[in-house]
Design a binder for this molecule. Structure first.
Ligand code: ATP
Ligand code: MG
Length: 374
């Protein structure tokens, strides 16, 4: 959604985030492209020293230059106040939020580390959206060789039937090349599940992540520089097998500023689920989250329970087939949405799924939800 220039009048205030203006020969140090999350019809510029690049702020329109020309002109604004760094629909620990702002501003590589389904992927995407950065999603799980970060090799039949090898640029390479041309845009390259790729491939990525800032371009056969307007953010998924560790060595880890994330506190998770399932009664949502919280706190369980699991339970509960049973449907639903995410069976107490079922029963009992014996 783009603003119409008529809607933007001098004196109106908006939230936005500025970045250094890379345009040549300009008198304005700072530049933004969005106002209240919507694209502005003209470039938004300011020289106000109170604005910190990369930090969301509230600004007031001072003047609009060449309002009648769609292709020219600018919107000049002044600083009103700092805006809280918030991401729509996402709960973010206040301390993590502050650190994140500093890291985004500094351009350092960020490593999001947190349990399964605590919002790492959603956070990375939302950061880019709310800061007006170009988001590049790259899943490292399929990376076997170093070149896989930049190109994928595809073999196809030519017209004559003989095989031809095509080098297809990955989104990462396309973004790096684009960033070199468009120095005024900021790119956030998200390396999801970084721990899942081959160690040797990860090693080849290291020069991109330290002060060397370059990568081997396998098509051009040269090293290409990574411009400053590209920032890397990675996520590691601590799988069940690796609780406490994720197989990234110290030198690799050292090239990132780690940010530890965790599940939202129960009240925040209830709010997240409420927004997604507005028809569900508050008490039902609270019961789902209370059970999840008890499972996450239980000792001796491998892995944990993601927000996907609580969300899935709510999908069942909100469906007409289950909705009329209300909270009574909970035990049956949690058998699949919670217990089945762990090894074993809910009715076998010697397995993890059985342990989880024990926690489910105990927690539901304290909430006075009847649990049938079978
Ligand atoms: N803090 C949170 N605020 C809002 N929604 C959340 C939060 N954490 C998780 N979710 C929701 O849970 C789901 C899973 O989140 P996401 O995929 O970002 O998790 P993840 O940490 O990347 O998981 P994995 O480790 O499995 O990759 C999404 O639907 C997301 O919206
Ligand atoms: Mg993820």
């Amino acid at each position: 959604m783009k603003w119409n220039v008529e809607e933007l009048t001098a004196g109106r205030t908006f939230e936005t985030t500025f970045w250094p203006n890379a345009a040549e020969g300009t008198q304005f140090k700072l530049r933004a492209t969005h106002l209240d999350g919507r694209r502005a019809p003209k470039v938004v510029l300011s020289n106000d020293d109170r604005i910190v690049p990369g930090q969301p702020c509230v600004v007031r329109i001072v003047e609009i230059d060449k309002a009648d020309r769609p292709d020219r002109g600018r919107i000049v604004v002044e600083f009103v106040e700092r805006a809280p760094f918030k991401i729509e629909g996402m709960w973010l620990d206040p301390v993590v939020s502050k650190k994140l702002q500093v890291l985004l501003q500094s351009g350092l590589n960020i490593l999001l580390d947190g349990p399964q389904g605590c919002g790492k992927t959603v956070l990375a995407r939302s950061i880019a959206e709310s800061l007006g950065m170009v988001f590049v999603f790259f899943n490292c799980g399929a990376v076997v060789e170093a070149t896989d970060f930049l190109v994928s090799i595809q073999v196809r039949a030519s017209d004559s039937g003989s095989p031809v090898t095509d080098f297809i640029k990955t989104d990462v390479l396309v973004a790096i090349e684009e960033a070199m041309e468009h120095r005024d845009r900021r790119y956030l390259v998200f390396l999801d599940e970084l721990n899942r790729c081959q160690e040797s491939a990860r090693n080849a990525l290291m020069p991109a992540l330290d002060s060397t800032r370059r990568l081997f371009h396998p098509i051009d056969n040269t090293f290409i520089p990574i411009p400053d307007n590209v920032q890397f953010i990675a996520a590691v998924n601590r799988g069940r097998e690796f609780t406490g560790t994720f197989g990234i060595d110290a030198a690799q880890l050292d090239r990132f500023a780690p940010l530890q994330m965790d599940y939202p506190p129960p009240a925040a998770e209830v709010e997240i689920l409420q927004r997604r399932h507005p028809a569900l009664p508050g008490a039902t949502l609270e019961a789902v989250v209370a059970v999840a919280d008890a499972i996450r706190k239980a000792k001796d369980l491998p892995g944990s329970l993601s927000v996907r699991a609580t969300d899935e339970a709510c999908v069942y509960l909100a469906h007409p087939l289950f909705a009329e049973d209300g909270k009574r449907a909970l035990p049956e639903i949690l058998k699949t949405s919670f217990c089945a995410r762990f090894p074993g069976r809910w009715d076998d107490v010697t397995t993890d799924a059985g342990t989880v079922w024990g926690v489910v029963k105990k927690t539901l009992a304290t909430l006075r939800v009847p649990v049938p014996e079978t």
